[in-house]
Structures are given as C-alpha cells and as structure tokens.
Design a protein around this ligand. Sequence first.
Ligand code: MLT
Length: 403
Amino acid sequence: MSTGAPVELTVYPDDCDAFGHVNDATYLRLFERARWELLERGPGMEAFHSHGSWPAVRKVEAEFVQQVGAGDRLRFEMEVERWGETSFTVCQRARKVGGHGVAAELQVVIVAIGRGGTPVLLPPEVGRFLGVRTSRHTDASQQFTVRDLVVAADVSGDGPPVLFVHGFPLDRTLWRPVARTLTGWRRIVPDLRGFGLSEAPETGYAMAEYADDLVALLDVVGAEQVVVCGLSMGGYVAFELYRRHADRIRALVLANTRAGADSADGRAGRDAMIARIRRDGPAFLADAMLPRLLAPTSLQTEPEVVRRVRAMVSAQRADGLVGALTAMRDRADSTALLPTITIPTLVIAGSDDQLIPATEARAMAEAIPNAHFATIPGAGHLAPIEQAVNTARVIREFLEALL
Ligand code: MLT
C-alpha cells in the first residue's frame, strides 16, 4: 500500500561532502526527513506523543544505487510493508527528479517505544493515515479453486502481472519481502499444490501439474500474460510453464535455479528423503536443510531470516513434500530448452548459494540468448528473503526495462 503523493527534497551544498556528494549518513537523514514530512501531512509525530510513545528506528537496510550531489532534487515514495502491534516496516525509495531508475532504497523497521523504554501499541491513526488495515489479519492470501483444488495466493497491486513461484520446501511467503516492494505491478504469489495454505492431495504431483495449476490460477485471476519469477524448484516449474504455455509468459526471472535434471545420485537422494519423511515425518527437514539453504552469514547474523525460513520449512506437510520430491526427481532436463528461450530473461544467483553455485547459474544465463545475469552478494539459496532489498532492486530494474 503506497502512501500517497511523494515527498520531494532538494540536496543543498551543506548536505554534501568536500567533493559535492551526499554520503551514506546524510542520505539516511534525507530519508528520515522525507519519512517524517510525509507523516506530518497526517497525524504527525503528535500521534505518538499523545499515546505516550515515540517512534524508534530499530533496523535499517539500505541500498545506495546512484550518487547524489548538490542541486539534485529527490522524490521519495514510501510503502508500508508490514503493520504489527508495536512495530511496522516501511520501504522507501528515492528517485532523482528527471533521472532514471531508483537512486536509493531503504527498508526501515520502526517500533513505538513507551515511557518505560519498552515497545507499546502503535497509534492506530498513524496506521489509518498510512492506509493499512489495522486488524490483526493482515495476511492478504486468498483461496481459489483451480482444477478441483484449493490454491492459496497473495494477489495485490495493479499493473502488468508478475507470477512468483516458490522453491522447496517453502511456500509463497518466501517471495513476500520482494513482491511487497514491486509497486506498479500486479503481484500473484501462490502456494504450489501441497505447500502453504494450498490443498495437499495425496497424489498428483509433477512439474506439469504445478504448471497447469498456475495457468488455471492465472485464468481465474484474469492474468493473460505474466512475468514468471521462479526460485529453485519454482525455476523448474517456470521451465515447464515455458514448455507447455509459452504464450502466457512475457519474461522470465530464474532465481537460484538450474536447468539440468537430477543425476543418479540426486535421484537416490530424493528417494532417501521421501523414505525418511514417510518414516519419521517432516520434522527433521528444517535442521537438515537450513544450513544449506541459507548463506553462512545469514545463519550467523540474521536471526529473523533464520526464524522465518525455519517456520516456513516446519509448516509444510508430508504429502506435499513427498509429492514435490517426486516431481523434482522425475523432472525433465531443460538444458536443451535454454537456447530456445527468446523472451527477456534475468538469471539471479546468490554469491554464497551452496546448492546451486553462482558459476553454474552464470553458465545457464550464457546459454539463454541475451539473458541478463546478476549475482546477489551475501545471498545463499534464498536471495529474496536473505537479501530482499538488493534482489528486489535487480528484479525491479529488469521489470522496468520491459515497459
Ligand atoms: C529448492 O530450493 O527448490 C530445492 O532446493 C531445489 C532442489 O532440491 O533441486
């Protein structure tokens, strides 16, 4: 939910260093000024004071893309990504007036701190002003019946449609940190059959089934042609979509994925995992997979990312997991497809992906005519959740070039 007209600020010589440039600290101050100027158009800081609280910045993730200097005029947009009970997260983007692309992007977590120094409830009038629904049920997921199956999806925004397909053993919330920020696009973020809030039949799992489910979902939500963003297993589904329904795909984003089929060892590994899930249930998966899904630095320094991924993996059901392992084991080799991909394609790799090395992803990009390639520094296998700001920026730039 975007928060109305952007705030514009001019960069003055006083804001700049000896070379006439804005440094990171000043950039952050400009973002802060834009944030509070926007709030002043509504209930202002007074809303916090009247509740005996003040808004403290708890976390900032910044991506400075373009250099900014004296005389530049910056336009700041702001979007609320999450509205909780005591804290909220906003995404702010700055663009140079008359320039191209995003100059800088910030994700900020703000917490309401009471007189006792501990978090207190957020002022509801601030939420109302920022356009959020202040109910506890902020999960926008909807349920659709497609091919006699209930499929859950977050569908939000207006504009050209983008379909986000998650990997294994995950669900639609993997893409949420990125999808939320791609305003100006209609974002369709489903749970594949067997995952998240979608129905998990006992049988009927194959890449072709996933692909046909998604096309049926696109029919239901009225999306004719989409950009498909698939991560890992979601990339395998994207290849199958391209094989079966190329006319429905406008462009491809292939994140942390590979074109090749499983090796004999890989297939044996899938069978072993299926046997273990059937024998012991899926509880072991989180401990077994987290160290390989996440970059070592994410594991050590990003407890919130670790918590979210662990919760996602732990929430999946045995039937869906076994079905996906079967589908991945039996999937076709898409290597021969690569040179035939004629639509715009972006390949994204995590610099620290232990499951699909960046070198392999680069080779895949080189086999696709005119594909773009981007490495996300510090990301493991789950770039959209480990390095959301950077991943979203790379995808946004690719999407904007399609317009
Ligand atoms: C995924 O992230 O979707 C899986 O790791 C892919 C795979 O196991 O081949």
